[in-house]
Design a protein around this ligand. Structure first.
Ligand code: 5AD
Ligand code: SF4
Length: 476
C-alpha cells in the first residue's frame, strides 16, 4: 500500500543507507494519517527518509486503527508476515504504533514477538530515539503515556495534496459512546491554543496551502477547557483573516456540540465550507440511548434542519452503525427513514464490531452476520440512491472546484472538489496546476461524483460569494 499523503521526504535520496529508510503502512482515520506525517517529519530530523518499497526499508512502521476488528486483524496479519525477514535481518526495526498499540500495550509483544516497539497515540515524537535504543541492543520497547505534549513540528508540505492540509486542533474524546474504543486509545480531550493553531495555518498559507481541515475526534467540542468562550467558531473567524487560505472544513463533529455560535460562524465566515460530516449512528431514539449518544432522533433532525435553513447549498455526510446489540427490525427501519428524511449527501455504513474494552462488548453481539450484511446493503443503497438524485441536480450547472490532483483511475483526468465536498472529475491538460480554482460544467453524475469539463479558471480567489440566507432561521 502506498499512502499518497506521505509525501514529506525526498524519495530520490538514494544515498541514504538502508537503516535510515522507513516504510509506512497506515490504517484508520485522518488523524492517523496526520500522525503518520508527523512521525515521518520527526524521523526526517534524524536523517531518515521515506521508501514505498517495504523490501528496501530498514524500519517498518504500522500505524494502526482499532475501531473495528477487521482493521486490527489486518495489521496483525501483515505484521506477522515479517517474522521470517526479521529473523534473517536483526537490524530491521519493526514498530507498531497508533490506536492498537495504545490499547493493548505490552500484551502485543507476546502476540508479535518479532516487533521491536509499541508506540501509542501521543508518544511518536520519541520514535527516532527508540529506534536507536533498539539497534543498540535494548529489549523491545513500549511507550504508551497519554499525557505527552500536543505540539509537534510539522513540515510545510505535509497533507493530502500540495494545496490542502490537515491541522489537528484537539486530541482525545470525552464521550462514552458504548461501542467506541477511541476514548481508550486517544485519551481525554485536550485542545491546542487558538493562537498556536492560527500561526500554524499562517505558515501553511505562506507555503501555498489553500484549504485546511481541522481535525479532532469530536472537533466541534474544541476549546472545552480553554475558557474565554473559545470554541471552534473562534478558529473559523480567525482563519477569515489569513490571506491565501480560501476554504476551511472540519471533521468529525458530534451532533450534541453543533451549537448556535458554531452554526452562525459557518453561515457568516466566507471561508467556512458548506459541508459537515455529522455521524448520526442510528435513526432510532431507543438505539441512540443504548449507544449512549446523548441525543435522540428529533434532536438530530432539528440540528440538520437548522443548518440547511441557515446555509445555502449545505451538504451533510454521516456514519451509521447497523447490527448494534439488540437492534430490532423497527429500529433499523428508523435508520432507513432518517436517511430519507435528512437526505444525506454522502454516508458510510458500518456493521457493528464488538471491541474489547468498550461498554457494549459486555452485551451479546446478537444480530446475526447475515442480518448485519443485509441491513448494511439496504441502508447503503438507500443513501447512494438519494446521493445520486442530489448529484444529478447539478448536471448542466457550472461549479467552482479546487483542483486536487490526477484522477486515481484515469491519467487523462483530474479531480477537484466543490465547497460542499462533491468530487468533480474533468478532462485535464497535461500539466494541470494543483491548487487552482476552476469552473467546471457538469455533464454527468453518479452517487459518488460529478463529471464535467473546464469552462474557465479563477486562480485569484473563489469567485462565488458565500450565499446568504435569512438570519431569521437562526438557531438560538
Ligand atoms: N463497530 C462498527 N463501527 C464503529 N464505528 C465506531 N466504532 C464502531 C464499532 N465498534 C464507526 C462509527 C464512527 C466511524 C468512524 O466508525 O460510525 O463514526
Ligand atoms: Fe481508528 Fe479511531 Fe484510532 Fe482513528 S482514532 S485510528 S478511527 S481507532
Amino acid at each position: 500500500m502506498k499512502p499518497p499523503y506521505l509525501m514529506t521526504l525526498d524519495e530520490t535520496a538514494t544515498e541514504v543507507p538502508r537503516d535510515k529508510r522507513v516504510y509506512f503502512e497506515v490504517f484508520g482515520c485522518q488523524m492517523n494519517k496526520l500522525d503518520s506525517e508527523l512521525m515521518l517529519e520527526s524521523l526526517s530530523q534524524s536523517g531518515y527518509t521515506l521508501t514505498h518499497d517495504v523490501e528496501d526499508a530498514g524500519v517498518i512502521i504500522y500505524n494502526t486503527c482499532s475501531i473495528r476488528e477487521k482493521a486490527e486483524e489486518r495489521a496483525y496479519s501483515r505484521l506477522g508476515s515479517f517474522k521470517k525477514r526479521k529473523a534473517q535481518d536483526p537490524n530491521l526495526v519493526i514498530a507498531l504504533t497508533g490506536c492498537v498499540a495504545q490499547h493493548h500495550e505490552s500484551a502485543l509483544l507476546a502476540k508479535l514477538p518479532h516487533v521491536d516497539m509499541i508506540v501509542g497515540t501521543r508518544e511518536f515524537h520519541r520514535l527516532s530515539d527508540m529506534i536507536a535504543e533498539v539497534r543498540s541492543g535494548a529489549e523491545p520497547l513500549v511507550a504508551t503515556e497519554l499525557d505527552s505534549p500536543l505540539e509537534f513540528h510539522r513540515s510545510q508540505n505535509m497533507g493530502p495534496s500540495s494545496c490542502q492540509a490537515y491541522v489537528s486542533v484537539m486530541r482525545g474524546c470525552d464521550q462514552v459512546c458504548s461501542y467506541c474504543i477511541v476514548p481508550t486509545t486517544r485519551g481525554k480531550e485536550v485542545s491546542r491554543p487558538p493562537e498556536v493553531i492560527l500561526e500554524e495555518i499562517r505558515r501553511l498559507a505562506e507555503n501555498g496551502v489553500r484549504e485546511v481541515t481541522f481535525l479532532g475526534q469530536t472537533v466541534n467540542s474544541y476549546g472545552k477547557r480553554l475558557g474565554d468562550g473559545v470554541g471552534l467558531h473562534t478558529l473559523l473567524y480567525g482563519v477569515e483573516d489569513i490571506a491565501g487560505i480560501e476554504r476551511v472544513r472540519f471533521i468529525t463533529s458530534h451532533p450534541r456540540y453543533m451549537r448556535p455560535k458554531l452554526i452562525e460562524a459557518m453561515a457568516t465566515c466566507e471561508k467556512a465550507c458548506e459541508y459537515l460530516h455529522l455521524p448520526v449512528q442510528s435513526g432510532s431514539s431507543s438505539m441512540l440511548a443504548r449507544m449512549k449518544r446523548t441525543y435522540d432522533r428529533d434532536f438530530f433532525l432539528k440540528v440538520t434542519d437548522r443548518m440547511r435553513n441557515r446555509i445555502a447549498n449545505f451538504a451533510i455526510a454521516t456514519d451509521f452503525i447497523v447490527g448494534f446489540p439488540g437492534e430490532t427490525d423497527e429500529e433499523f427501519e428508523d435508520s432507513m427513514s432518517l436517511a430519507c428524511e435528512v437526505g444525506f449527501d454522502h454516508g458510510y455504513v458500518f456493521k457493528y464490531s464488538p471491541r474489547p474494552g468498550t461498554v457494549s462488548h459486555r452485551i451479546a453481539d446478537d444480530v446475526p452476520e447475515d442480518v448485519k450484511k443485509e441491513r448494511n446493503n439496504a441502508l447503503m443503497n438507500q443513501i447512494m440512491d438519494i446521493a445520486q438524485v442530489k448529484n444529478e441536480a447539478y448536471v448542466g450547472s457550472t461549479l467552482e472546484i479546487l483542483v486536487e490532483g490526477p484522477s486515481k483511475n484515469d491519467p487523462t483526468r483530474f479531480t477537484g472538489r466543490t465547497r460542499n465536498h462533491r468530487i468533480v472529475s474533468f478532462a485535464a491538460d497535461a500539466d494541470e496546476p494543483i491548487g487552482q480554482f476552476l469552473q467546471v460544467k457538469v455533464d454527468r453524475a453518479t452517487g459518488t461524483s460529478l463529471w464535467g469539463s473546464k469552462v474557465g479558471c479563477s486562480t485569484e480567489s473563489p469567485t462565488i460569494p458565500k450565499p446568504r440566507l435569512d438570519p431569521a432561521h437562526d438557531a438560538s
